[in-house]
Design a protein around this ligand. Structure first.
Ligand code: ZN
Length: 270
């Protein structure tokens, strides 16, 4: 998707733009906006409605983890198109719409008003992991950092390996559990996802296991070795975390209440 200003900036004249439209190489979407035939249909819809794709819809296009339920497009309308309440909006004053898809910092700011805290942290964790940036760098890219966003940024952790792990970590800490992230486990020479006392919590991301036989085998190896090392492993699926959290939390409470998770003297797990 291109604005007329972008095309002019790249050296095209109005005559050349008109010719490209006539020849079908560019399609006018709305005043001052053009699409090539490979343009993303969601981005075209956002521009046609007078805005930009933002929030979780934009974050999805950037290849980041996004929460379940992509039922509607999240669009940020420009000031001249429709009431602000009909659109996703970030913090701070209105921000001009000059790209069809918002960049990650703007999309995150919109998502901060649109998705629950645990999901937002999971998205931000995936930015840290997949873009190899620190929390400080991410904070520095944001046009503004209101207190609500600062609170969530402090809960982010780029070591998290999946959205489900991030959500479980935020929720368990919210319940008062002391959660260790990516603890080292000597008996399988690696790291588990999360640890509460001697309970290892392994969070499977759905996409990962559906396609990967080696990962499936490696997880069984870890379960076996962790048992030998006197750890307990609780393996959670994507559905457990996203749709069945109440039951998972009850099970973790039950386990920890039974005092079986404590690390004792010479019976310490390894
Ligand atoms: Zn939204």
């Amino acid at each position: 998707m291109y604005t007329r200003r972008t095309l002019i900036g790249r050296g095209f004249s109005d005559v050349q733009i008109k010719r490209a439209v006539r020849e079908g190489r560019l399609t006018p979407v709305r005043r001052g906006w053009y699409a090539r035939d490979r343009a993303d249909p969601d981005a075209v819809t956002a521009v046609r409605k007078g805005g930009a794709l933002t929030c979780v819809s934009a974050l999805d296009k950037h290849g980041l983890w996004v929460p379940p339920g992509k039922t509607r497009l999240h669009i940020r309308l420009s000031r001249h198109h429709g009431p602000a309440r009909a659109s996703c909006r970030g913090y701070g004053g209105p921000c001009p719409v000059d790209q069809a898809v918002d960049d990650i910092p703007h999309a995150l700011l919109c998502a901060a008003r649109c998705v629950p805290e645990d999901y937002w942290v999971a998205i931000a964790d995936s930015v840290l992991r997949r873009r190899a940036v620190s929390v400080e760098e991410l904070r520095g890219c944001m046009p503004c950092v209101p207190p609500a966003v600062e609170r969530m940024l402090r809960k982010c952790d780029g070591r998290s390996q999946s959205g489900t792990e991030s959500i479980a970590r935020v929720r368990l800490r919210g319940e008062g559990f002391k959660v260790v992230v990516q603890p080292e486990v000597a008996s399988f020479h690696g790291h588990a996802d999360l640890r509460i006392g001697r309970l290892l919590v392994e969070c499977d991301s759905f996409e990962f296991h559906a396609a990967d036989r080696d990962a499936y085998r490696y997880d069984r190896y870890r379960d076996r070795k962790s048992l030998v090392g006197r750890w307990f492993t609780m393996r959670l699926t994507y559905d457990d975390v996203v749709y069945g959290w109440g039951e998972v939390l009850n099970d973790i409470r039950e386990f920890t209440r039974a005092d079986r998770h404590r690390l004792r003297g010479d019976r310490r797990p390894r």
